[in-house]
Design a protein around this ligand. Structure first.
Ligand SMILES: Nc1ncnc2c1ncn2[C@@H]1O[C@H](COP(=O)(O)OP(=O)(O)OP(=O)(O)O)[C@@H](O)[C@H]1O
Length: 310
């Protein structure tokens, strides 16, 4: 069953079209990834889903309730974990949760707080002031706040931004466990491919507010199954005219230049490589060449012509 249906939503901020005719649906119980670079429109999309802002056109439905017309009903069905940590630093963990249980009108306050503390493994820190917690703990507490009203859909906006690798792994694990144990539907936004690869049952790739592709990891990889990524490390950065020449080589699908390295999505490495070396050697020396199997980044590169990074 589709628990979330997004139908043709658009949203502009002045002249910036943040979301453009976006449609997708999320199945009950799945972890659904919204993947896109900074500014792709992820936060705008989930702000619409969580009734914080209204779309200029289109509508979205949570368990068939319109986010435009039935805000009250929608709010009871969703939990939102914002990108920024939204906690009171001078209050303790418990006091923060207590504040939000009152705000959300959560019944059985004590057991609700204990339950979420258990899920995010912060029971031992219940009496600690928030400003004494590590960033990872704050992020987990942020998730706990989102879980307090026992939502049917938990929406997480880049919950691992600015945390170290271990904390990140920990947060991802908590989300996976939560989904497995409670069957809660999760919408997870990120610009990290490895996170959505690890977590999500299905992934929507968005760029400049538009849906570029949607499917399981296997389905998305199938889009580029015939392709390879050639990565070159160079002595010097190449200029735009060299980039244009590379794009004209037969079999080259997209080129991404980042300082002294180039990533090129190609059809038929054997045919492209000699010509590629010829074109680049005119400008600079090649330090190394590697050829990668397609992954989610290849999909993104092939669809948008840009690498998926901050
Ligand atoms: N309140 C606003 N006023 C003006 N422009 C905005 C506002 N909010 C977002 N935008 C613009 O809309 C576009 C989409 O932004 P959005 O925050 O939805 O993207 P995002 O994918 O969530 O990016 P990030 O990963 O950086 O959070 C961007 O160009 C952004 O600058």
């Amino acid at each position: 069953m589709d628990i979330v249906e997004v139908k043709n939503i658009s949203k502009s901020y002045g002249s910036i079209l943040a979301v453009s005719k976006l449609s997708f649906s999320v199945k009950e119980g799945e972890i659904f990834g919204l993947l896109g670079p900074n500014g792709a429109g992820k936060t705008t999309t989930i702000s619409i889903l969580s009734t914080l802002i209204k779309p200029d056109e289109g509508d979205a439905f949570i368990l068939s309730h319109s986010v435009v017309k039935e805000q009250g009903k929608v709010k009871k069905l969703i939990g939102v974990v914002p990108q920024d940590i939204a906690l009171y630093p001078t209050l303790t963990v418990y006091e923060n949760l207590s504040f939000f249980t009152d705000l959300y009108g959560v019944k059985n306050k004590k057991s609700a707080i204990e339950k979420v503390l258990d899920i995010v493994q912060l029971k031992e820190r219940a009496k600690s002031r928030v400003d004494t917690l590590s960033t990872g703990m704050k992020r987990r507490l942020n998730i706990a706040v989102g879980l307090l009203p026992e939502p049917k859909v938990l929406i997480l906006d880049e919950p691992t931004v600015g945390v170290d690798a271990q904390t990140r792994a920990n947060i991802l694990e908590s989300i996976k466990e939560l989904n497995k144990d409670s069957g809660i539907t999760v919408i997870y936004t990120s610009h990290y491919m490895d996170e959505v690869e690890y977590l999500c049952n299905r992934i929507a790739i968005i760029d400049f507010g538009k849906l570029k592709a949607l499917g399981t990891l296997q389905e998305l990889k199938a889009i580029v199954s015939e392709k390879d990524v050639i990565e070159l490390s160079l002595e010097e950065e190449v200029n735009n005219s060299t980039k244009e020449k590379i794009l004209k080589i037969e079999g080259v699908k997209s080129v991404e230049v980042a300082q002294k390295s180039i990533k090129i999505v190609v059809n038929g490495t054997n045919v492209v490589l000699p010509e590629l070396i010829k074109v680049i050697s005119v400008t600079t020396k090649i330090r190394s060449i590697s050829i990668k199997e397609p992954d989610l980044e290849t999909v993104f590169l092939a669809l948008t012509g840009r690498a998926l990074r901050e």
